[in-house]
Write a new protein. Structure first.
Length: 458
């Protein structure tokens, strides 16, 4: 109360009057909230100022180790979540002229940087908003919620600062892994550690500016590689049906080539305990790049299964049926329905042999100048045959279902939407590579539960 007595009575009385005049619950809440902010800013200013007066221990020069000379009390200001505050703290300078400028040890104690004008909790909150909405909207929402003005340009700068800090930390971990030092395993609940691990990868395109630093020019679409590492459990619905659920997940998203993505996937999978998992399943469509990641990182693990997305496999089988029988015919529909059932029940070998037989018959007929299929049909059938043959070990869907493993890559396809598309493919959006990478890193960090770690200041 002594602190409050120092303040202008008129200002304090106005807040009290506003509370007394409030009638509805929402008006009372807002009036009390404003009063609490007012009291909080006074307390904050007083506490910071009092502690600054106690912080008078003479420091030494970081270069020559000489005791520093006092240069007096200098003011420092900061915009905080509670409002604007100002205090004085001691400044020091080297008596031997070392080029260290003026040192203010109390600033370091407070965890603030030279020339910093906004406190770290504001930076953290607005960066979190920017993870979900455009910078201008983040600024508006923050002002509506707190009454503190922060421009969208400042939010953009803080996102770059935080994103670069987080990326640097990950790069250091990747460097250690490249040098043979495995990362520390994350702690998992014993029940979660027993569950199957499902890993997958897919790509999604994002619009970019053709030239860095300039909005001019035709939009350039670049691929962002997205990965997911999940533990799959199960539960019973109200009707007694057993369904699969995601118990734990971690995501990876990288705007770089597939090799960079592979390195990030390797690091994250090791942290999640892939080497100790009792069962590992890789889920993906037929993209050769992602299957290369599977072969290099996971194929040699024990109890690992590479699963080609069932719906992509069925789609390719339909391409063959459409080419052979004409997609508009009843014969095409009937053949595909039977083939799809065979595929689902693990009898893909019969489909492969049948397509192989068609191609062999056509080859013989062409030798006899009696070919019935066009070159385009032969090309499509050949591609479908090769596609299924390459993935012959990845389409035993009945076996995968018996193990409780998913056979569709919806888990990774949906990740592409909620990790990347929801934030980065809004109307009129075009990104610079730097801005995209930094914001993407923060979004992934939030989804993985490590967002606050980026904002831990020394």
């Amino acid at each position: 109360m002594e602190i409050l007595e120092k303040q202008e009575n008129l200002e304090l009385e106005q807040y009290v009057t506003d509370i007394k005049n409030s009638v509805t619950l929402d008006s009372i809440v807002l009036a009390v909230f404003k009063f609490a902010l007012y009291i909080g800013s006074i307390l904050l200013n007083e506490i910071v100022s009092e502690r600054a007066k106690q912080h008078v221990e003479r420091p030494s020069c970081p270069h020559c180790n000489s005791p520093l000379d006092r240069k007096g009390w200098l003011p420092r200001t900061m915009t905080t979540l509670l409002g604007f505050i100002i205090w004085d703290r001691l400044a020091w300078r080297c008596p031997k002229g070392c080029k260290i400028g003026q040192i203010t040890p109390y600033d370091k104690t407070l965890g603030i940087q030279p020339n910093q004008e906004t406190s770290n909790e504001i930076k953290r909150m607005v960066c979190l908003l920017a993870v979900f909405v455009p910078f201008g909207i983040a600024s508006l929402i923050f002002r509506k919620l707190t009454g503190v003005e922060v421009c969208d340009k400042s939010i953009w700068n803080w996102v770059q600062e935080a994103g670069e800090k987080g990326i640097q930390k990950v790069n250091e971990e990747l460097e250690k892994l490249n040098n043979g030092v495995d990362p520390e395993l994350r702690e998992l609940d014993p029940g979660v550690a027993e569950l199957p691990m499902v890993i997958g990868g897919d790509g999604v395109t994002v619009p970019f500016r053709p030239n860095e630093g300039s909005p001019k020019g035709k939009t350039k679409w670049c691929i962002v590689n997205v990965g997911i590492i999940a533990r799959i459990g199960s539960k019973l619905t109200k009707t007694g049906k057993k369904i699969s659920i995601i118990v734990r997940r971690r995501v990876i998203a990288v705007l770089d080539n597939i090799n960079i993505f592979k390195n990030h996937m390797h690091l994250e999978s090791l942290k999640e305990g892939v080497c100790n998992a009792k069962q590992v399943a890789w889920l993906s469509d037929g993209g050769p790049g992602f299957w290369g990641v599977f072969r290099e990182l996971f194929a040699k693990l024990k109890n690992v299964y590479g699963i080609l997305d069932f719906y992509h496999a069925a789609q390719n089988v339909y391409k063959g049926a459409k080419a052979k029988f004409d997609g508009r015919t009843i014969e095409c529909k009937e053949w595909f329905e039977k083939a799809r059932k065979k595929l689902r029940l693990g009898n893909a070998a019969e489909i492969i042999q049948e397509i192989k037989k068609w191609l062999k018959i056509e080859e013989i007929n062409r030798i006899l100048n009696k070919g019935k299929l066009s070159d385009e049909v032969v090309r499509i059938l050949t591609n479908v045959f090769k596609y299924l043959e390459v993935h012959a070990d990845h389409i035993n869907y009945d076996h995968y279902k018996s193990l409780g493993l998913p056979i569709g890559s919806g888990i990774i396809e949906s990740a592409c939407k909620w990790v990347v598309q929801q934030r980065f493919k809004g109307v009129g959006m075009r990104w610079s590579r730097k801005g995209f990478k930094n914001l993407l890193h923060l979004r992934v960090a939030f989804l993985n539960g490590s967002f606050d770690d980026i904002f831990v200041f020394p």
